[in-house]
Design a protein around this ligand. Structure first.
Ligand code: SAM
Length: 177
């Protein structure tokens, strides 16, 4: 997958309009943070949270090179701990929920950072059986169930891409209308 694939996966989950504040939980080197930066109107702020400080450093450099107008704030931290974040218009969890042992607790915790109409976007492998690199999978059906349990609002599939090793990678969004 390349940058245009990342953008396509998130596109239908991002509303137009400037001055939005988003967060990417488990941002890594920022594949989806950069996609968000491409999609958000200006001015825009993105908080990138990851426990891997080196990956966040790489993201800072890429953002500066490619989208210098976006206000990027990095948080080297465990996103299951309390974070100092403003109310969010939206958040992305891309390939990071499948590392959490208690999906629902994480989703509920992160959803508290959202504004009432804030959008919870997810990118995950659509598999049910765990793999070494996907220890706690979040299939689309599992996400629908979690989003219902966490009362996130209506859920829709936003996109998908074929994946050689795991059949499909999908994106979904849940929010209240
Ligand atoms: C597979 S990578 C995905 C990176 C990026 N979102 C992407 O899709 O390309 C998972 C990332 O989640 C981060 N991560 C997992 N659990 C975390 C936690 N509890 N707190 C902060 N970061 C976490 C890891 O450090 C890693 O960078």
């Amino acid at each position: 997958m390349d940058h245009s694939d990342h953008v396509k996966l998130l596109r239908d989950g991002v509303l137009p309009g400037g001055e939005q504040v988003w967060a990417d939980f488990g941002a890594g080197w920022g594949a989806f943070t950069l996609a968000l930066a491409d999609l958000l109107d200006r001015p825009a702020s993105i908080h990138a949270i990851d426990q891997n400080r080196a990956e966040l450093g790489r993201l800072q450099r890429s953002m500066m090179e490619r989208f210098p107008q976006v206000n990027l704030i990095t948080h080297p931290a465990d996103f299951n701990q309390a974070l100092d974040l403003p109310p969010l218009d939206g958040l992305v969890m891309a390939n990071s929920l499948h590392f959490q042992t208690d999906h629902l607790a994480t989703v509920q915790r992160l959803a508290r950072y959202l504004k009432p109409s804030g959008r919870f976007l997810i990118v995950e492998y659509n598999i049910k059986k765990s793999r070494p690199w996907v220890p706690y999978p979040v299939s689309y059906g599992r996400w629908q169930h979690l989003a219902d349990q966490a009362a996130l609002g209506e859920t829709r599939k936003l996109g998908s891409r074929p994946s050689r090793s795991t059949r499909e990678i999908y994106s979904a969004g849940s929010w209240r209308n």
